[in-house]
Every structure is written in structure tokens, then in C-alpha cells.
Design a protein around this ligand. Structure first.
Ligand code: CUA
Length: 333
């Protein structure tokens, strides 16, 4: 097994690992506390009244005193909720301020990573733009790798765009939600010193497979991350042992949508995930299934069986051709 697929199924906003996610948790606790007090107060008075004024033997046969308008009471029950709402607005505004990261300028002595995230139905495209001021030039999909701020600040600055409909980038333990909107560019920044895999989920309904547009963010130590960068920047492996498979892949319409990057490659599509280093990813179909040989074969055979409605059709490949293409893709480390 290449990795434990369900190892870190923690999407709790109550377990933050970044300052902005911590701010969101504090706000959540505060709002929960305020609303809990109001709830207990209102329900308490209600239950007390139900009990206190329950039906019983008539007491003197008279109605309780009737109150028609009382200035002090009306002022009290208008201003008290007004005050509560005002305090909530202040606290929420402060949190919005804390969570908002200015991605246009990096703090001094920091080594920012800049990635453009493009939402697609139903997968994530990651265009690595720059790291520590140095330009990067590769694209990957569905699994985002970022460095941890162990030794010095290594903020992650994301530029969010969409290729089709509205999506929303949400990795609860790392940051708040931010939408990816067609024709608009949003930004999101976060920073964490905690390494590990952090899961997320597209948080804006974007079509039938919205629930299967999963996010995986790997926070690596700077050394591991920099090694990963170097590997990703390399062109695709060209293993002569799978020359037949390569030929099968390049003679099919796979190359109209997918990219396999090496000098002179004709596979330069951008509609679908970049496959240059497909085997460096642990999952397929945007985090749906582990990236095993059997799953890869089943996926190419008929993606619609695994992810109905996804934009990749079944090409009706013969078993031999299917095996050849899987052989080739399997070498793209
Ligand atoms: Cu993308 Cu929901």
C-alpha cells in the first residue's frame, strides 16, 4: 500500500494548525457561547412560564394584569439584542481582518510560495508560480504541496480562479473558505508550522460531482518540499521499456486534454490534469480513490463508472491497449 488512504480524515474547524484557522475557531467559540446564553435564557423563561402558569384550579377567576405598551420594557428588549448584534459585528470584523492575508506583499525575511489554483468540474489545477522569489514553471493537480514554516516564515499565497463555475477552496484546519469565481480573481493566504496531510473539500455546489472534488494539502518540511519541487520541475520520465505504451498514449486523443511535459511533447492539453508526474500523486479523480495500478486501469477504462458525469469519456480501448497506456502512465513518477 502506497499510503494510508483514510489516515487523516480530520476536517474539523476545532483543530486548527494556522493562525487564521485559530482565529476562526475562537470566533466560533465566542458566537456559540453568546448564542448558548441567549438560548438558555429564552428556553429557561419559556419552561418556567409553562410550569408556573400551567392550567390549574381557577384562582379568584381573574385574568393576570394586562399590559398595553411599556416604554422601559420596549427599550430594553430592543436595545439588548441590538447590543448583542453590535458586539458580534465587532468581533466578526476583527476576525475578518485577522484572517485576511495580503498576498501582494510578503513579510520581510519570508520565503513565500505562490500558486495559482484553478477550479475545474471536478478537480483542482495547481500552477506553481514562484517560491522564495524564484520563478517556477510546472503544473500539477489535486494534491497541493506546500512548505512548513519551521525555521522561518514560509507563507503560502494562493491566487484563486475558476475555469467554469463557482467552486470554493476549503481546508478547515489551514484556512477559511474562499470562492473561486469565473472571471474574478480571489486570494487566500495561510502559514503553518505543522507538517502532515490536511484534507479539504470544495465548499460551493458546482455540479453533480461537487462532493467528490476533494482537496489534499501536504505540508512538508522545507527540505522535503524543496526536493519535491525539484522532482516536479523535471520533464517526464522517458522509459524505453514502455515505448509501445507511450506510442499508444500519444496516438489517442488523451493528448488533446492532458499534458505530459518534455521537450517536443505533443501532449499539451490543459483541459485535464497534467500527467507529467502522475505517479507522484497518492490519489486519482481529485482525491476519490488511491492511485493504484488497478484503479488507474479502471479509471482509464471507464471514468464514468467511478465519477459519473466527469468530463473524461470512456474511449472504448481494447484490454491490450489499456494495459499499454497504463504501463506508460505507471512510469511517470
Ligand atoms: Cu467544485 Cu463544488
Amino acid at each position: 500500500m502506497r499510503f494510508a488512504f483514510l489516515a487523516a480524515e480530520n476536517l474539523s474547524i476545532f483543530d486548527p494548525v494556522s493562525p487564521s484557522a485559530e482565529s476562526i475557531r475562537s470566533l466560533t467559540y465566542f458566537v456559540l457561547a453568546v448564542t448558548a446564553v441567549i438560548f438558555l435564557l429564552v428556553e429557561g423563561i419559556l419552561l418556567y412560564s409553562v410550569y408556573r402558569f400551567r392550567h390549574g384550579p381557577p384562582k379568584g377567576g381573574s385574568e393576570p394584569p394586562q399590559v398595553y405598551g411599556s416604554k422601559p420594557i420596549e427599550i430594553a428588549w430592543t436595545s439588548a439584542p441590538g447590543l448583542v448584534v453590535f458586539v458580534l459585528i465587532l468581533v466578526i470584523t476583527r476576525t475578518l481582518w485577522e484572517v485576511k492575508v495580503d498576498t501582494s506583499k510578503a513579510p520581510k525575511d519570508s520565503r513565500p510560495l505562490r500558486v495559482t489554483v484553478i477550479g475545474h468540474q471536478w478537480w483542482w489545477e495547481y500552477v506553481y508560480e514562484s517560491y522564495d522569489g524564484k520563478k517556477l514553471d510546472f503544473i500539477t493537480a489535486n494534491e497541493l504541496h506546500v512548505p512548513a514554516s519551521n525555521d522561518q516564515h514560509r507563507p503560502v499565497f494562493l491566487t484563486l480562479q475558476s475555469a467554469d463555475v463557482c467552486h470554493s477552496f476549503w481546508v478547515p484546519r489551514l484556512a477559511g473558505k474562499m470562492d473561486l469565481i469565473p472571471g474574478r480573481t480571489n486570494t487566500l493566504g495561510f502559514e503553518t508550522s505543522q507538517t502532515g496531510l490536511f484534507l479539504g473539500q470544495c465548499a460551493e455546489f458546482c455540479g453533480t460531482q461537487h462532493a467528490k472534488m476533494l482537496l489534499r494539502v501536504y505540508v512538508d518540511t522545507p527540505e522535503v518540499f524543496e526536493r519535491w519541487l525539484k522532482d516536479q520541475e523535471k520533464p517526464a520520465v522517458d522509459d524505453p521499456k514502455v515505448a509501445k505504451g507511450k506510442k499508444a498514449f500519444f496516438s489517442r486523443s488523451c493528448i488533446n486534454c492532458h499534458r505530459v511535459r518534455f521537450p517536443g511533447s505533443t501532449a499539451d492539453g490543459t483541459y485535464a490534469p497534467d500527467l507529467t508526474h502522475l505517479m507522484s500523486r497518492q490519489t486519482l479523480a481529485s482525491g476519490m480513490i488511491p492511485n493504484t495500478r488497478e484503479n488507474l486501469r479502471a479509471w482509464i477504462d471507464d471514468p464514468q463508472k467511478i465519477k459519473p458525469g466527469c468530463l473524461m469519456p470512456a474511449f472504448g480501448l481494447s484490454p491490450t491497449e489499456l494495459d499499454l497506456i497504463v504501463d506508460y502512465l505507471w512510469t511517470l513518477e
